[in-house]
Design a protein around this ligand. Sequence first.
Ligand SMILES: [Fe+2]
Length: 422
Amino acid sequence: MDEQNIIKKVDANNLKVGMYVSQFDRPWLETSFFYHKFLIKSDKQIDKIKRYCSYVYIDTTKGEDIKTSIPVTEEDKKIEVEMKEKIEDALKRNPPPEDEIDFNEEIKEAKKVHDEAKDFIRNVLDDVRLGKSISSTEAKKVVDNMTESVMRNRDALLCLTQLKKKDEYTSFHSISVSILCLAFGRHMGYQKNTLKILGLGGLLHDIGKMKIPDEVLNKAGRFTEAEFEIMKNHVIYGAEILSDTHGIHESIMEVPLQHHERYNGTGYPKGLKGDQIGVFGMLSSIADVYDAITSNRVYNTALQPQEALKRMFEWRGKDFHPLLMERFIQCVGIYPIGSVVRFQSGEVGLVMSINMMNITRPKVLIFLDASLSRINPYKMADLCSPDSSKYSIKEVLNTDKYGINIQEDFKGVLLDEHISCC
Ligand SMILES: [Fe+2]
């Protein structure tokens, strides 16, 4: 049997005792389940699943099968087609602003800005833990530089969000959410001053976590319901810390306070619904979830970027404002930055930058030849250039299956001069 056809998507109302749940329709951390993969042993468990999920994925090799469901591969193809049509159509109606300079010209400056942000956020997290105050001047300087970089070229800094470290999740996540907010805001047509507020909110959105007791914050497993309640307080603590910080614009508060609110009212702290949630709250919640589910954490394996977008596209209208979710996918692309793709020729590359004029033909750094051997130097192919017309993307690869570690394999490459152009 095809390995992908053993996982099926099942409406929560059709679940039966004996089925094996392999994935929820929402980030596992937003449920109160202790495990994210388990055998259903009672109707009580089914009732609990229904409280959180409209559907789940079941593994039919580990539990009961269902006749009426559609295998995930077919379901996914449908979602992919719908996503692509919606996004291409919307892009025609709302073309995003053009980059001022090329990716290759910006990447070195973007790396400098990213390093500066890393140093800043590490210090700030330590300071807040020790009860010290935040320097809003320094924070603004970091965000100003990130904003300028994203305005010059959107994808250089976005590309660096792929350099994640599992043991420094909070620092890297804070920077990535800020960058994603900036790129998303720029895509929405916001001006620099607005972007700077949104970016600062993104950088400091989880600052309240530093007030959560270590035993909860650093727990290497699922939270109990009581621990989850404690963890939820980080949004209030974050807003308190920022309102005590001199020189912070009031409108920033929306990001720490609302990034866990959900469109259908199931979020926290207030359970706000629909347009009760501010635009900054909605944008940052999308950026926050996208980075969280594409990051490896102690208790969670990262989804591939395209996989994450497909899931979030399904969650639109429930967790996220539907139109904003579609705009976010336009922004990060059908083959998002960080996706590893295989061409019809068999060669494999990493998506480095999106071509807004044709989102199905990104800029790709080719690093494996058709026999899956490393090439040296790596080759940058702009699939929109006439020279690269021979390249056609066949599929997105699962990096885990192919032993590709983006963090390790591309750390040096982003600044590496040993890249040739096709
Ligand atoms: Fe958070």
